[in-house]
Ligand binder design. Structure first.
Ligand code: GLU
Length: 541
């Protein structure tokens, strides 16, 4: 079970005493840093979510601290089976597995909020005792009619707040005896925070500095729902406190919730232990207008999820970076640089370099524009840097899926020949498949207009010479090619492209004589001969 003992105050747990001129968060003692990634298991993991996890991880590892995974599953209506395992798989693929979490129990478990349900009510009741919260008995119909009644042009969706709470059915408006009667009759109710009017709150954000809020803008959020489950707002504060979280990184979209959390930290008497906050900039659409959504990915043809996500409710499969052929090293490298850089201009950094260099001071305040071309560039850089043997298992698997196979020895060599040209692992297929089967499509157009009998004679003669060639190496093949071209009075450059098309099917691939070497003699001769038949047939008609 979780630790019910009151945790140490933040000052006791780690040093937060600001030294002259040094921000408090840099004064923390290394080993006590505890950060959390707190996703709700509701679907695929958006790259914004992975970046939040990554920044938490990098910060914790740099400080020698702990990275905690907490599953925020209090909204049972949004719970999706399989989503928790999927989140864990994504983190593992990225190489940023948590130190503590539902599957790595630590001293502050349980790590699923649904399993912590018994703890929350007591704090909600405590807030009621203190006058900072109240019971609300309004039915969904009553809430709906309130919205209708108070709707105006200036307030299209009225909130349950200081202005309206007095007109609703709650423990502030009802007679205490009636409240007790309703409670003992088990009448469905929620507990709402009593937000004060006109109070100025200041959040000291590690990225944004001081952010001010006026509580008049904040509504009386539900803290405990009718089913006894806490809402996110109560649970996040109670759990961050009990799990001794020292620094909390989350997306900018949570900034509007911060005043409610600040009030709760204060009302529960835990202000001194409040984590230091960092609200990360949004990841923007490629055109820079608005937050990047899954729909943008669908529309523009790129993934926004870390891994393939199959939604059991809609039976929809959404593609992920992993299955699109991205290396995890490239994926986290690209994500780390969405909203952060180390100022050195160096872009290709591995996980340990990222951990070493990561600093909150260099996280940008403004949104970071997602650029799929740049993401592919990172992947290409990482593919180039990988040893051929490291790429072998993935490439082998992709070839098998295509019904192709090669010996590991041969494949390692071929990977080395083409890897510079691959932006994703999937690119290895079109870059390699002609080594294992005849090209599916032939770019005849690039040669047919310049095809003439001189070229035909050259190839016919060269095929004869090649079939006699005793040593089948790229150098020997090239020498014979040049020799026959010389004898025929033809420029080798004029027949090199036709040769490539005959062997590969298109204008791509490594040096053509190397291709011929690895195709071996029989396949090379066969592809040239059948190409000649097609070309001559086309020329005659
Ligand atoms: N459960 C929230 C989410 O799904 C966590 C927000 C936070 O980190 O406080 O993103």
């Amino acid at each position: 079970m979780f630790d019910r003992k009151p945790p140490l105050l933040q000052e006791e747990a780690f040093s937060l005493f600001p030294l002259a001129g040094i921000p408090a968060y840099l004064c923390t003692m290394k080993s006590t840093v505890r950060v959390r990634f707190a996703p709700s298991p509701t679907g695929g993991l958006h790259l914004g979510g992975v970046r939040t996890a990554l920044f938490n991880y990098l910060f914790a590892k740099k400080q020698g601290g702990s990275f905690v995974l907490r599953i925020e599953d209090t909204d049972q209506t949004r719970f999706v089976p399989g989503a928790e395992q999927y989140i864990l798989d994504c983190l593992e693929w990225c190489g940023i597995s948590p130190d503590e979490g539902p599957h790595q129990p630590g001293p502050y478990g349980p790590y699923r909020q649904s399993e912590r349900k018994p703890i929350y009510r007591k704090f909600a009741e405590q807030l009621i005792q203190q006058g900072h919260a109240y019971y609300a008995f309004d039915t969904p119909e009553e809430l709906e009619s309130m919205r209708e009644r108070f709707k105006s042009e200036s307030t299209p969706s009225p909130q349950y707040n200081a202005a309206l709470r007095g007109s609703m059915r709650n423990s502030l408006t009802l007679d205490p005896a009636e409240v007790n009667r309703l409670l003992s009759a088990g009448t469905p109710h929620v507990i709402r925070i009593h937000v004060p009017v006109g109070k100025k709150l200041v959040l000291n954000d590690m990225i944004r500095g001081e952010v001010e809020f006026d509580t008049s803008e904040v509504d009386d959020k539900v803290l405990l729902k009718a089913d006894g489950m806490p809402t996110y707002h109560l649970a996040v504060v109670v759990d961050d406190y009990h799990m001794k979280i020292t620094h909390a990184f989350r997306g900018e979209e949570w900034l509007p919730s911060a005043p409610v959390h600040l009030l709760l930290w204060e009302y529960l008497g835990w202000k001194q232990a409040m984590p230091l906050w960092a609200h990360l900039p949004l990841i923007l659409k490629p055109d820079g207008h608005g937050k990047l959504s899954k729909r943008d990915g669908d529309r523009l043809g790129f993934p926004v999820f870390a891994m393939d996500w199959y939604d059991p409710r809609t039976q929809e499969l959404t593609r992920g970076f992993k299955e699109m052929g991205f290396l995890p090293e490239a994926f986290i490298n690209m994500l780390a640089l969405l909203g952060w850089n180390d100022g050195s201009g160096e872009e290709v950094l591995d996980r340990s370099q990222l951990c070493e260099r990561f600093s909150i001071e260099r996280v940008h305040k403004g949104g970071a524009r997602f650029d799929f071309e740049k993401a592919k560039w990172f992947n290409q850089e990482w593919i180039k840097r990988k040893e051929n043997i490291e790429l072998l298992p993935s490439v082998e698997q992709l070839l098998v899926q295509e019904g192709l196979s090669a010996s590991a020895e041969q494949l390692v060599v071929l990977i080395g020949l083409v890897k510079e040209r691959c932006q994703t692992l999937k690119d290895f297929i079109p870059q390699l498949d002609y080594f294992f089967k005849d090209p599916v499509s032939m770019d005849w157009n690039s040669i047919s207009s310049k095809w003439d009998s001189k070229k035909n004679v050259f190839f016919e003669e060269w095929v004869k010479q090649l079939s006699e060639l005793s040593e089948w190496t790229a150098v020997a093949i090239e020498n014979s090619f040049k020799q026959v071209a010389g004898e025929q009075g033809i420029k080798p450059g004029d027949v090199q492209l036709p040769l490539r098309i005959m062997l590969v099917g298109g204008k791509f691939g490594p040096p053509v004589f190397i291709i011929a070497q690895y195709l071996h003699k029989d396949v090379t001769l066969k592809r040239i001969t059948s190409a000649l038949t097609v070309l001559n047939h086309a020329a005659a008609s």
